[in-house]
Design a binder for this molecule. Structure first.
Ligand SMILES: C[S@@+](CC[C@H](N)C(=O)[O-])C[C@H]1O[C@@H](n2cnc3c(N)ncnc32)[C@H](O)[C@@H]1O
Length: 214
C-alpha cells in the first residue's frame, strides 16, 4: 500500500492493538453502534444476501450478519494484523468457509473487489483521507444496501480529533490522521450513486445509517 495514510493505519493497528480489540470483542461483544447497524439491516430482508465489509477489523459485524442469514462475506482490510485476527476469529466461529479475505487499501484494489448486495463500513470512513473515492467506489459495489457507522459532523468533535488523536499521532510520528468528513458530502455521494437513506440514528459521537438502492 503506497499511501501515507495506509502506512499509518498499518502502524496504528499493530499486533498489540489488534490483540486487545479481539479480546474486547470476545469478552464484551459488538459495540452498540454495530448492533444498531445490524438491527437496521435486519429490518430489511437480508436473507441469502452477500456482504462486502470494508475495514472489517476483527470481523464482528461479518459474524453477526452471517448468523442473521447473510450468505457469504468478503472482508477487505488495510491492516495486516486485523486481517490475520479476522481469519482466526472466523475459524473460531465456524465461518471460515463463508468469508473471503482481501488485504489492501480498498480504494487501490477496488477494481478487483467483487460487488455485493450489502456493503458496510463500520467506523472506517473516519480512518481515510480520500472520502470521495472510498465512499464513491464502495457505493458502486453495493447492489442493494449500504450501511455505515461514521462520526457526526460536529465542531467540538473536530476539535477533539485534532487535539487528542491527530496531535498524538503527529508526536508519535504516525502518518495516520482521523477525519470528520462532512455528513452532507457523504450523503450527496450516495444519492449520486442511486441510494436513498432508509435509516439514520445519532449515537453519541457516531451516526449510524442505512441507504437503499432506489
Ligand atoms: C477503527 S477500525 C474499525 C474496525 C471495525 N470495522 C470495527 O468497527 O471494529 C478502522 C478499520 O478500517 C480499516 N481501513 C481504513 N481505511 C481502509 C481502506 N482504505 N481500505 C481498507 N481498510 C481500511 C482499518 O485497517 C481498520 O480495520
Amino acid at each position: 500500500m503506497e499511501c501515507c495514510q495506509c502506512q499509518g493505519i498499518e502502524a496504528k493497528f499493530d499486533q498489540a492493538y489488534v490483540s486487545e480489540q479481539l479480546e474486547n470483542y470476545r469478552n464484551d461483544g459488538l459495540k452498540k453502534t454495530a448492533i444498531q447497524l445490524i438491527d437496521a439491516l435486519q429490518a430489511e430482508d437480508i436473507q441469502g444476501l452477500s456482504l462486502l465489509d470494508i475495514g472489517g477489523g476483527v470481523g464482528g459485524l461479518q459474524h453477526a450478519l452471517l448468523n442473521s442469514g447473510v450468505r457469504n462475506a468478503i472482508n477487505v482490510e488495510a491492516a495486516s494484523a486485523y486481517l490475520e485476527a479476522c481469519k482466526v476469529e472466523a475459524e473460531r466461529q465456524g465461518h471460515a468457509a463463508a468469508i473471503d479475505h482481501m488485504q489492501g487499501n480498498f480504494v487501490e484494489i477496488a477494481e478487483d473487489v467483487p460487488a455485493a448486495d450489502i456493503v458496510t463500513l463500520d467506523r472506517v470512513i473516519c480512518c481515510y483521507h480520500d472520502m470521495p473515492n472510498l465512499v464513491g467506489l464502495s457505493a458502486k459495489k453495493a447492489t442493494r444496501f449500504y450501511g455505515v457507522v461514521y462520526p457526526r459532523d460536529i465542531w467540538f468533535l473536530k476539535l477533539i480529533v485534532q487535539i487528542y488523536y491527530n496531535f498524538r499521532h503527529w508526536v508519535n510520528r504516525n502518518s495516520m490522521r482521523v477525519f470528520i468528513h462532512p455528513t452532507e458530502a457523504v450523503e450527496a455521494l450516495l444519492r449520486e450513486n442511486g441510494f436513498s437513506r432508509h435509516f439514520h440514528r445519532n449515537m453519541g459521537v457516531w451516526q449510524v445509517a442505512v441507504f437503499k438502492r432506489k
